[in-house]
Design a protein around this ligand. Structure first.
Ligand code: 5GP
Length: 186
């Protein structure tokens, strides 16, 4: 049996991580998405247990104390974390796991699991990133500005990644990731 692996996708807010992951999961049954926990309030249309496990801050911090998280980080003022048991259960079943997490979390994962494959999605340009953030219409102007301020610091994190892909056309990015997964399984 091929050994299951962990794939981590990060990149600045608005770069298209969500779209790329959705397409990737639709096209390839080689990957299972890990559903993160967060203290952020659900956005319109988001469902508990599907998009995230939405937790109170108290519950989240209790789970941190219990050691339930493989990694966790504070991102834009909220906590986000990957539940250790969910990831390990899938890996034990021989399934590749996909994490869509921030750069601080990705570095924690790489430290614990050096064989994890870290993939950074970069925008074609800062202008295009701002256009996408405004277009998706999910964040307030203040939130967009806050995410924009973090951009340079976030882009600098790409040096810690095994692969850096410019997400210009989603279909091309998905194809590149599928190739990375197949090559890693050889
Ligand atoms: P959003 O609030 O837009 O859903 O996500 C904000 C940021 O949190 C994104 O950069 C996303 O990758 C990151 N994120 C989502 N889940 C996790 C997680 O489990 N751990 C970490 N470290 N970051 C996460």
């Amino acid at each position: 049996m091929v050994k299951a692996a962990l794939y981590v996708i990060s990149g600045p807010s608005g770069v298209g991580k969500g779209t790329v992951c959705r397409e990737l999961l639709a096209q390839s049954d080689a990957l299972t998405l890990s559903i993160s926990a967060t203290t952020r309030a659900p956005r319109a249309g988001e469902v508990d247990g599907v998009n995230y496990h939405f937790l109170s801050k108290e519950d989240f911090l209790q789970r941190v104390e219990n050691g339930d998280f493989l990694e966790w980080a504070e991102v834009y003022g909220n906590f986000y974390g990957t539940l250790r048991s969910a990831v390990q259960d899938e890996l034990d079943k021989g399934r590749n796991v996909l994490l869509e997490i921030d750069t601080a979390g990705a570095r924690q994962v790489k430290k614990l699991m050096p064989e994890a494959v870290l993939i950074f999605l970069a925008p074609p340009s800062p202008q295009e990133l701002l256009r996408r953030l405004k277009e998706r219409n999910t964040d307030s102007p203040e939130e967009i500005e806050r995410r924009q301020r973090c951009l340079q610091d976030e882009l600098a994190q790409k040096v810690y990644y095994d692969q850096v892909l410019v997400n210009d056309r989603v279909a091309d990015t998905v194809e590149q990731i599928c190739r990375i997964v197949s090559q890693n399984q050889l």
